[in-house]
Design a protein around this ligand. Sequence first.
Ligand SMILES: C[S@@+](CC[C@H](N)C(=O)[O-])C[C@H]1O[C@@H](n2cnc3c(N)ncnc32)[C@H](O)[C@@H]1O
Length: 434
Amino acid sequence: MKLAVESLAQGGDGLARHPDSGEVIFVPGGLPGDEFEVTLAKRRKVLRARVVRRLKDSPHRQTAVCDSRPKCGGCSWQELVVEQAMAWKGRLLVGSLSRFARQNPKDLEMLLEPIPVKHRGRHRVMMRVDPSGRLAYHQAASHDLVVPTACPALHPRLESVARGLEQIAPLLQGQIVEVAMGLDGSGESRAVRLHPRPRRRGEATPMTRQGLKSLAQTIVNRGIAEGAWAESEDGQLVVSGNVELGGHLAGDPRFTVRAGLFYQADPAVNASMGTELLRMVNPRKGLRVLDMHAGAGNFALALALARCRVQASEVDAEAFQDLSRNAKRLGQGARLEPLRMTAAQALSRASQRRPPAVVVFDGPRGGDREGAQAIARFQPPKVVAFGCDRVTFARDLAEMGLGTRYALHRVGYWDAFPWTHHLEAFALLELKGA
Ligand SMILES: C[S@@+](CC[C@H](N)C(=O)[O-])C[C@H]1O[C@@H](n2cnc3c(N)ncnc32)[C@H](O)[C@@H]1O
């Protein structure tokens, strides 16, 4: 059958309507204005199109920059011209805010110009050796393999890690390794984290500690990265070289995060996030701030350096180790208390003693409903929220009481992930009548 794509869905697919029934149809890779010949498949009540051929191009379609499209699952908006991509991100964010939080902001701020290609300083891929002995990535939503060409989104120094790993691919024969690569803020030092465990029962045997050690050493000895680390089956750390990456947290090289843990993937976006954070928090000496999802301390450190009294909660054991180490590196006078507990627990605890004047909420991609409900319960005067998923971001804002207890003072986004439907959103909420 023939279909015309009308718009884009939250997940990045094209959206069309069935010509007879009017039912919504998801069209992977479809852009508004495209026309396709398709077959239809229904799964869990959702209609999806399988494209037979494209009959007409969207006026906003451009040629993909990457040779691995469309096989590689990344960068699914690569064929959409950048101005349209940025506009659609905003439109979809407003759609989520309207649907889940009953907000229709007129002044949606778009911060930063399009960021350049070859920018990503953090990358996580599943790799295993394909039958011909080459290092291959898993295809999108599949266990099939695709041997990648150069990745145009990745910083050239991380691309060199991928190429170097190809050279030692035979060492991985029969294994699946998830490799998280990271680059420090100066763009020089590279480190990798290896996750060797099999993803599916019986698919591969886990790498022994000895195997991991020799893989990590080979990576460093051959200059593929300056550091490599992994946790072995018995919980022991295997470390070779320098695995601490500086320059991503609070824009200060003293603070480091280990490769493979969370940090904002693009330094320019992170710098802009830091500027906006300080503008929204409006720090002053002794201001009590709770950073509810601190990671290794990106926001908490910036606020402590701006003389706030900061508490920072984090649930992940490794991120908490890095957060605690960074807190110790703060100079005299800066106050940062790391708390190994959930955001909701931290807010409840703080509110019973000395309530924070500001909370910073930057939950995981899946959102933090419990943390948002704690905000609704304890009602801190100001909430500065960030989120990398439009839907969970809007849902969490609604849980906090946006529109009822809280008013929206600023809202916007960064196009932090070019060529994809992803963005980084922010909002400033203030308690009504406070
Ligand atoms: C998006 S990252 C934000 C990190 C930090 N704001 C930054 O910019 O680097 C979210 C962090 O929240 C942590 N996290 C997830 N659920 C949490 C919870 N319920 N309470 C506290 N931290 C949580 C994750 O481990 C992760 O480090």
